[in-house]
Design a protein around this ligand. Structure first.
Ligand code: COA
Length: 333
C-alpha cells in the first residue's frame, strides 16, 4: 500500500515585494482590477538570486525541520519549469547544497502541477522499500520568463520555493494525474535558441535548414488566459472528484484542501462546484501570487509553521498548469 508522511517542510520567499501599485507604474493596470480578477495584491520577485539558491534554502529548511541527517536522504526530486540550467538538473544542485551525499536526484517538469507529480512519484519510490527519506523541492523563478509589457500574464506570477521531506506511512494515499498535450500552446515559454550557431551545420548540406528555431521572437511566458481559466475550473473539479472516487472518501472526510494558487476566482469556482467547506480550503495567493509548482509546498510549509498539519489528518492537494496538466492527491498524514 502506498502512503506518505510529511516529516519536514521548508520554504523560501525572496525579499522584494512587487505590489499591484508598483506594477501599475509601468503597466496599464491598477490594484482594483488585479485584485478583483485574481485575488492577488502582491508577489515576491527574486531580483538577484537564481532558482537554485531559492530551492536550496527551502530544501535546507525542510531537512532541518525533519530532523533527518542529510546523509539519510535517499532521493532528491525537484519540480521546476524555470531552471537556471538545462542541465545539470536542479535536484543535483540541491543535493549538493544540502549535503545529501547518498541521494539520487532528478527533476520533474509539469509546470504548476510539478509538486503533485513529484509527490506521487515519491510515494511509488517509498513503496518500493529501497528509499526511506525523500526530499521534494519545488522552486520557480518566473520573473525572468515574464513579459512585463503584457498586463494579462505578468501580473499573476511570483517567485519562491517550497520543500518537504517525506517518508513511508502505513496510512493510505490516492492520486489522480492527467495531461492534455493538445492544449500545449495555451500556456508556454519557448527555449531561446537564437544565439546558437547551428546554422553553420546547415551549410554542410548534411542537415536541413530549420534545425533551430532562430526566427522565434517569443521566449517569454505566453498565455491564453481565458482558455487556461476554463481548463483550470474544470480540471480542479474533475481531479478532486476522481481522487475522492478512488479513495472512497467524501468531501467532508477531508480535513484540509490545498489548491494550486493561480487565481482566487478559479479556487472559488471549484469550492462552489464541489461544495467544499470554505474554512477547509487554504488560500495564500494575496501575498504570493502564482509561484507555479512552489505554491502547494509553500502552503504546506506555512500551515506546518502554524501547527495546522497534524498526524492523522487527511489532506487533499489539487493542482493544474502548463501542459496542460492537472492532478490531485489525497493522503492521511
Ligand atoms: N489590468 C487592467 N486591464 C486588463 C488587465 C490588467 N492587468 N489584463 C487584461 N485587461 C483588460 C483586457 O485588455 C480586457 O479589456 P477589453 O475588454 O477592453 O478588451 C479586459 O481587461 C478583460 O480581459 P479578459 O482577458 O477578459 O480578463 P479576464 O477576466 O479573463 O481575466 C485573467 C484575465 C488572466 C486574470 C484570467 O483569464 C485568468 O486568471 N486566467 C487563468 C490564468 C492562469 O491561472 N494561469 C496560470 C495557470 S497555472
Amino acid at each position: 500500500m502506498r502512503g506518505i508522511k510529511i516529516i519536514g517542510t521548508g520554504m523560501y520567499a525572496p525579499d522584494m515585494i512587487l505590489s499591484n501599485d508598483m506594477l501599475s507604474t509601468f503597466l496599464d493596470t491598477n490594484d482594483e482590477w488585479i485584485y478583483s480578477r485574481t485575488g492577488i495584491r502582491e508577489r515576491r520577485i527574486s531580483v538577484d538570486k537564481p532558482n537554485f539558491y531559492m530551492a536550496a534554502e527551502a530544501a535546507k529548511a525542510a531537512v532541518a525541520n525533519s530532523g533527518t541527517d542529510p546523509s539519510e536522504i535517499d532521493l532528491v526530486l525537484a519540480a521546476t519549469c524555470s531552471p537556471d540550467y538545462f542541465y545539470p538538473a536542479l535536484s543535483c544542485l540541491v543535493q549538493h547544497a544540502v549535503g545529501a551525499v547518498n541521494a539520487a536526484a532528478f527533476d520533474i517538469n509539469s509546470a504548476c502541477t510539478g509538486f503533485i507529480n513529484a509527490l506521487d512519484t515519491a510515494s511509488r519510490f517509498l513503496e518500493d522499500g529501497d528509499y526511506k527519506n525523500i526530499l521534494i523541492v519545488a522552486s520557480e523563478r518566473l520573473a525572468p520568463h515574464c513579459d512585463y509589457t503584457d498586463r494579462t500574464a505578468s501580473i499573476l506570477f511570483g517567485d519562491g520555493a517550497g520543500a518537504a521531506v517525506v517518508t513511508k506511512n502505513d496510512k493510505p494515499m490516492w492520486s489522480y494525474l492527467s495531461a492534455k498535450g493538445d492544449y500545449f500552446n495555451a500556456l508556454y515559454c519557448k527555449v531561446d535558441q537564437s544565439r546558437s550557431n547551428c546554422q553553420y551545420l546547415a551549410k554542410t548540406d548534411a542537415l536541413p535548414v530549420g534545425i533551430i528555431d532562430s526566427e522565434a521572437k517569443t521566449h517569454t511566458l505566453q498565455m491564453n488566459g481565458k482558455a487556461v481559466y476554463k481548463f483550470a475550473v474544470d480540471a480542479m473539479d474533475t481531479a478532486v472528484r476522481k481522487v475522492l472516487e478512488r479513495s472512497g472518501l467524501g468531501i467532508d472526510d477531508i480535513d484540509l484542501y490545498i489548491p494550486h494558487q493561480a487565481n482566487a476566482r478559479i479556487i472559488e469556482s471549484a469550492v462552489k462546484s464541489l461544495g467544499l467547506p470554505e474554512e477547509k480550503v487554504y488560500v495564500n495567493l494575496e501575498k504570493r501570487g502564482n509561484t507555479s509548482s512552489a505554491c502547494i509546498p509553500t502552503a504546506l510549509a506555512e500551515l506546518d509553521e502554524m501547527g495546522r498539519i497534524k498526524d492523522g489528518m487527511t489532506i487533499c492537494l489539487v493542482g493544474f498548469g502548463a501542459g496542460l496538466t492537472s492532478g490531485a492527491i489525497v493522503f492521511t498524514q
